[in-house]
Design a protein around this ligand. Structure first.
Ligand code: AHR
Length: 510
């Protein structure tokens, strides 16, 4: 009996060694390229996302270039924003592009009926948006108005932006200050056609999409990639209908927001939450993987040559708005939890890089899961910003398959999620990068990183973590959460990463 107990104790004591999580990267089997546009952004005419947050106008005392504030643009450039989607969202289906061109003082003032009923000055229109994209060095994704617009209005907008002829619309663009046509990388026909975009059925929208795109003409060398508005969960009806379209379609969009409670009416707070809402947020955000899998399985049947991309052009956390702010402005704080959510989603997107060729987090500044928050002339970088910047080496990198063995579970009550999430890729600088996430807010975990076919000497990179689950940056303390240098060296032929609780690590494997 005593012997048995000693045996049991010694097994338990050495159990940690057996149960160690290990990540094995297969560098000899490169997968698809992770499009840089997976790190795309979304800027809607919503709250202070554009006005105040980015656009202050040319006469502002806040230093700006062509009306766009220098501090915000500089920070966004530092995180290598590859692409921006504009002008909505729900706003897109009530936006008439002619309202936003010509002398700003003469542009009509409209009511933003979707977002707070505030006045929309139309100060930011097509020319201003392209100025922003040029300042950022980003590709553009313009969302057309199907809901209250028409095929004619959309085709004229495409002509205005892309024509190099002497047509009246191209000449109007020149008169408004832009000689050469712009490159419109992507153009979408409507947004959330199942909801704010017109409450349509998949079949009705699919027919409208085909009819509309038949009239969207652009010079062959300057033709945007056309995007259809798709679904928002594991129901694959939208994807099924749209992936049968044979021409004028480069992508089907998909929207999924992470809500801690899963209940729209009471979503949960951005900060000051308890652990049950930490784990439910992890659980809910990881559903993204299943949604992508189910939808892309349908695409694989209808489009086996993978001509059409699955574009998650709205995603991120959606909390109750900050107390005292306009409910229509969707302003929320952003904590370490958001950075972990972002990293989990990046790892999911990388794993589906063959189809997921673009995503756009909602939204870039001051709205939902933002990169930057502003208060008059001040700005701060959120934990989500830092996650994006840490993952820059993954932009246009070649994905590498990996296996996670002995992954632990992080549980609370009846909810369980995997403790470690990982992704690896060979970056454009020739180095292999690994990204590791620990979802457990209480326990660090040792992760052995192996490179099959080669020896990993050490890891060098950055870690993002903090003492509290809801640690966040404020205007009084803007650097409470920021990345720190991270390294791990080999011992006994393997690299063991000590992954702190609730953390994200991105490191080069050397
Ligand atoms: O990102 C906020 C809103 O969420 C978008 O306007 C809409 O498309 C979605 O419902």
């Amino acid at each position: 009996m005593i012997k048995k107990t000693i045996l049991a104790l010694s097994i338990a004591a050495s159990g940690a060694a057996f149960a160690q999580v290990s990540v094995t990267i297969d560098a000899a089997k490169p997968g698809p390229v992770i499009s840089k546009n997976i790190y795309g952004q979304f800027a809607e005419h919503l709250g202070t996302g554009i006005y105040e947050g980015m656009w202050v106008g040319t006469d502002s005392k806040i230093p700006n270039t062509k009306g766009w504030r220098n501090d915000v643009v500089g920070a966004l450039k530092d995180m290598h924003v590859p692409l921006v989607r504009w002008p909505g969202g729900c706003f897109a289906d009530e936006y008439h592009w002619r309202d936003g061109v010509g002398p700003r003082a003469q542009r009509p003032v409209k009511v933003n009926t979707n977002w707070g009923g505030v006045e929309e000055s139309n100060a930011v229109g097509t020319h201003e948006f392209f100025d922003l994209a040029e300042l950022l060095g980003a590709e553009v994704y313009v969302n057309g108005n199907l809901g209250t617009g028409s095929a004619q209005e959309m085709s004229e907008w495409v002509e205005y932006m892309t024509s190099d002829s002497k047509s009246t619309l191209a000449e109007m663009r020149r008169k408004n200050g832009r000689d050469k046509p712009w490159k419109v990388d992507y153009f979408a026909v409507g947004n959330e056609a199942w909801g704010c975009g017109g409450e349509m059925s998949p079949e009705h929208y699919t027919q409208l999409y085909k009819t509309t795109t038949a009239f969207l003409k652009a010079p062959p060398a300057n033709r945007p990639k056309f995007i259809a508005s798709g679904g928002n969960d594991s129901d694959t009806k939208w994807t099924d209908s749209l992936s049968k379209v044979k021409s004028n379609i480069s992508g089907i969009s998909f929207h999924y927001y992470t809500i801690p409670t899963g209940v729209w009416e009471k979503k949960g707070a951005a900060t000051g939450f308890a652990e049950d809402q930490w784990i439910s947020t992890m659980k809910n955000t990881l559903k993204m993987d299943d949604f992508i899998r189910k939808n892309t399985e349908v695409m694989d049947k209808n489009d086996p040559q993978k001509k059409i991309g699955f574009l998650v052009d709205e995603w991120g956390t959606w909390y109750d708005v900050e107390p005292g702010t306009n409910a229509g402005f969707l302003y929320q704080q952003n904590s370490l939890r958001d950075a972990v959510v972002a990293a989990l989603n990046f790892n999911i997107f990388h794993a589906h890089a063959d189809r997921v060729r673009m995503t756009n987090i909602a939204q870039m500044v001051n709205v939902l899961q933002a990169m930057i928050l502003t208060d008059k002339d001040k700005m701060l970088l959120t934990p989500t910003y830092h996650a994006y910047k840490m993952y820059v080496p993954f932009q246009d990198a070649t994905s590498l398959p990996l296996t996670i063995s002995n992954n632990g579970a992080y549980s609370m009550g009846k909810t369980t999620v995997p403790q470690v999430s990982a992704s690896a890729a060979k970056a454009k600088d020739g180095k292999i990068y690994v990204a590791l996430v620990n979802t457990n807010p209480n326990k660090p975990v040792d992760v052995t990183v192996n490179l099959s076919g080669a020896k990993a000497g050490k890891l060098n990179g950055q870690v993002l973590t903090a003492a509290a689950m809801d640690a966040h940056n404020t205007f009084a303390n803007p650097e409470a959460v920021k990345p720190a240098p991270f390294s791990a060296t080999a011992s006994g032929g393997k690299v063991v990463v000590k992954l702190p609780a609730k953390s994200v690590v991105v490191a080069a494997v050397e």
